[in-house]
Ligand binder design. Structure first.
Ligand SMILES: [Zn+2]
Length: 240
C-alpha cells in the first residue's frame, strides 16, 4: 500500500486503488477515510484498513468527496457495521436518501454520447444503499477540535456538492475535481459545471499544496495543476 507523509507527520495511506482510490489519514485517536470504492471492494477495503494496525481509535470519520456510485457504495456498511460517521457536501444530500446520484455531463463528444447511453441503460448499476449523514459540509470545515491541521473545503463543479480534503496544507485529496485520462491532462471526462470546476482548481491552487490526489489515477503535481488551470481558465473565460 502506498503512503505519503507530510511535514507534520500525517500519514496518508492509499487503502484502495484501481477503479477508485480511497485514502486513509491517521493520527493517534482519529482516522479519516476518504471515499469507499464500489461494493465489490468492501472486503479489500476493510482488510487494508485493519492491516494498518491503528487501533484503538475513538473517532472514525468517512468523508465522501461526492456521491457518485463508485465513491460511496460502501458508505452504508461502513456506518452501520464499522461505526464511521459520514460527512458529505450538502448539495449531495438530496440524492442520498434515494440511493442514486445522477452521473454528470460528458465534457467531450465521446463522454457526452457515453453519458446519454449510460443514463438509460446503466442506471440500475449506478446506485448505492442510502445512508445517514452526520455532517453536511457547506464551506470550510476545520478539524482543529481534533488538533489536526486538516481542512475540508467545497470544490464544486464535477458535482454540486464535491469537497476536497487539505492535509497539512501540503497534500489535497480532491475526488473527481480533477483527474486526467490523457498524459499531462487533469480535465475530467465528466463534470456538471466546468466553469465551477475551474474555479475550484483556483481555490485548490490558493493552498500551499504540492500534490493533488485524484480519486482516479496518479497524483498530480502543483506545476501541472498550474499549467492546466492557465489553459482552461482562458478557454472558459475565467480569471481568478
Ligand atoms: Zn464522480
Amino acid at each position: 500500500m502506498q503512503k505519503w507523509i507530510t511535514k507534520n507527520r500525517y500519514e496518508i495511506h492509499r487503502v484502495l486503488k484501481d477503479r477508485c482510490n480511497s485514502f486513509l489519514i491517521s493520527s493517534e485517536n482519529f482516522i479519516l477515510l476518504v471515499d469507499t470504492g464500489k461494493t465489490s471492494a468492501y472486503k479489500k477495503l476493510i482488510r487494508n484498513i485493519n492491516s494498518l494496525n491503528i487501533h484503538p481509535y475513538s473517532n472514525k470519520i468517512l468523508v465522501l468527496t461526492h456521491t457518485h456510485f463508485d465513491h460511496c457504495q460502501n458508505a452504508a456498511k461502513l456506518s452501520t457495521l464499522n461505526g464511521f460517521k459520514i460527512w458529505v457536501g450538502k448539495a449531495e444530500s438530496t440524492f442520498i436518501k434515494n440511493g442514486y446520484t445522477p452521473i454528470p455531463q460528458g465534457t467531450n463528444i465521446f463522454t457526452k454520447i457515453l453519458v446519454a447511453v449510460a443514463k438509460r441503460l446503466l442506471k440500475p448499476f449506478l446506485g448505492y444503499a442510502p445512508f445517514d449523514v452526520d455532517l453536511e459540509v457547506t464551506n470550510n470545515v476545520l478539524l482543529t477540535e481534533y488538533n489536526l491541521n486538516i481542512k475540508i473545503v467545497a470544490t464544486p463543479g464535477h458535482s454540486a456538492g464535491s469537497v476536497s480534503i487539505i492535509v497539512d496544507d501540503e497534500i489535497a485529496l480532491v475526488g473527481d475535481a480533477l483527474f486526467g485520462i490523457f498524459p499531462n491532462s487533469i480535465h475530467p471526462p465528466f463534470a456538471d459545471d466546468t466553469k465551477e470546476m475551474i474555479k475550484s482548481w483556483d481555490k485548490l491552487l490558493q493552498t500551499n499544496c504540492k500534490l493533488f490526489m485524484p480519486a482516479h489515477g496518479k497524483p498530480v503535481s502543483r506545476e501541472l495543476m498550474q499549467k492546466e488551470f492557465k489553459l482552461y481558465s482562458t478557454k472558459n473565460d475565467f480569471q481568478s
